[in-house]
Design a protein around this ligand. Structure first.
Ligand SMILES: [Fe+2]
Length: 503
């Protein structure tokens, strides 16, 4: 077992190196959405300011929209930011996400002719429960091994599809997600990614803002200065696998009772990932530290992630970014090309057994994910979570997620309930049924049969069930409003399917 573990590790390293060597340098770019802001308008504004981006990483949209975008931008490299591939989850290969989701991602990679497929190491569906925004994986060894196994499956599917189309296969990249007030598990986060890369040939995306949230929500900010934390983190994190770096905005959730805390008399904000918000200066200082790390040998590109941001702010931030980091990024990308080819000649691993989870381990992991859902959605005695911990973070911060963020997500995010169901909400209010009861109702039972993830449609289905159960008088009204919403949604998305919402 130990020998095969080392053999597999060498094989994965060698495979990664060969794949990374085939990737062209991308340089300084932007990670964008087709619609928000309008991508062609953004490119025009950048060109008017003599700011041609080295690449545009495009977020999942409809395949036809991506094909059209490829035609409009024939000379720019367009790597792909996937969505809806829940590779952290035990059931991934047999799920709708692992089958239809992966097939759709392959079609979109081909439409864009992308060099890589980036996806967050996170999910919006676990143990039969759906969430509006990403939850990080369980940070445990079992979870890392399962994620690696699933990434092997994903890369195989991408390779097979590319072979069938006669194109170069994209490299699968895994992005460390942000912590939204908490993380959960037993394995320090950089060790989790080290374990994944020992057993998978994937590359990584290091998002600088996400790194800041790890500092903030694992309690490290109370023990260490940011620079010291980052130095320690990067020494364990597999920097040699980092293909791309993201930098995006951070902001506090702007709802009541979500203001900042105080450390040593200095306020440290409750920032969370917020692509539409300005990028705080502290992240550019962190970027400089990351770019200076000697193990960053495979880097191909650095992108500002700017979906939902005003175009004028993007142009301004990209101008400053190029001024400060243009030369430095070129130097690191060039160093990466040399280091990679040297490494390829050193490695010679020809075979290794798979290290798949046993069925007993798989059962343990599934139970841990059920516990994870319970931990983040209920106020039950936390002792039931067994040996899972908050990775140094506080129960108070987990409560911030449960009591503020989660209700906000279900009641307001991705469709304001009052706007979606005005009549039904009025009838519920008259019957003294507060909308906040929708939150425990949503998490009252798992729905593993739900294959397709579309948060807007899920919200419609669940609200119909909730209103019907809570108030007889609302039953007919909510059904009618739901039918109208579904029809309007179909009309807005036809004939090309629904565009997912990035979060
Ligand atoms: Fe990112």
């Amino acid at each position: 077992m130990v020998a095969s573990k080392y053999a597999k590790c060498d094989l994965m390293k060698s495979e990664f190196t060969q794949r990374a060597n085939n990737l062209p340098a991308h340089g300084l770019g932007l990670s964008v959405d087709v619609y928000s802001p309008d991508l062609l308008e953004l490119v025009r504004a950048l060109r008017d300011a003599a700011l041609e981006p080295g690449y545009l990483e495009i977020f999942k949209a409809t395949t036809s929209a991506l094909q059209w975008m490829r035609q409009q931008l024939p000379d720019i490299q367009l790597p792909y930011h996937g969505e809806g591939l829940w590779s952290t989850q035990p059931e991934f290969p047999c799920s709708g996400s692992g089958r239809q989701g992966v097939a759709e991602a392959c079609a979109q990679l081909a439409a864009l002719r992308s060099a890589w497929l980036n996806h967050e190491c996170a999910t919006k569906q676990m143990a039969g429960y759906a969430f509006g925004t990403y939850l990080p994986p369980l940070y445990t060894e079992l979870s890392a091994r399962k994620t690696a196994e699933n990434l092997g499956y994903l890369q195989d599917q991408v390779d097979q599809d590319a072979r069938a189309r006669g194109i170069d296969p994209a490299l699968v990249l895994l992005e460390m997600p942000p912590l939204t007030y908490f993380g959960c598990g037993t394995l320090p986060i950089p060790e989790f990614y080290r374990t994944v890369t020992e057993q998978a040939s994937c590359g990584l995306v290091l998002d600088i803002g996400h790194l800041w949230t790890v500092y903030r929500y694992t309690g490290s900010w109370q023990r260490q200065r940011l620079g010291d934390f980052t130095a320690e983190f990067l020494d364990t994190f597999p920097m040699e696998r980092v293909i791309e770096i993201h930098v995006a905005g951070l902001a506090e959730l702007t709802i009541p009772h979500a203001s900042g805390g105080v450390e040593n008399g200095h306020a440290l904000p409750y920032w969370i990932d917020a692509h539409g918000a300005p990028i705080p200066g502290v992240l550019f200082d962190l970027l400089e530290q990351v770019l200076s790390h000697p193990c960053l040998t495979s880097l191909k590109g650095v992108a500002l992630e700017v979906d939902t941001k005003p175009i004028a702010m993007i142009v301004e931030e990209f101008t400053q970014f190029r001024k400060r980091f243009g030369m430095m990024v070129q130097a690191v990308v060039y160093r990466g090309a040399r280091a990679s080819s040297r490494l390829q000649r050193l490695l010679n691993a020809d075979s290794a057994e798979g290290l798949q989870l046993t069925s007993a381990e798989e059962a343990v992991l599934k139970q841990q994910y059920r516990n994870y859902v319970q931990l983040v959605t209920t106020h039950d005695d936390p002792s039931f979570i067994g040996d899972l911990s908050l990775l140094g973070g506080s129960l108070e911060d987990l409560n911030r997620y449960r009591d503020i963020y989660l209700p906000h997500e279900l009641l307001h995010w991705g469709g304001e309930l009052q706007d979606m169901f005005p009549e039904a909400c009025r009838v519920l209010a008259e019957a003294d049924v507060p909308l906040v009861r929708f939150v425990p109702f949503w998490f009252s039972r798992p729905r593993p049969e739900q294959d397709d993830y579309d948060f807007f449609l899920l919200k419609i289905d669940r609200f119909v069930e909730f209103a019907t159960e809570a108030c007889q008088a609302a039953a007919m009204i909510v059904l009618r409003e739901a039918d109208e919403l579904r029809a309007a949604y179909r009309a807005a998305n036809e004939p090309i399917g629904s565009a997912p919402v990035r979060a």
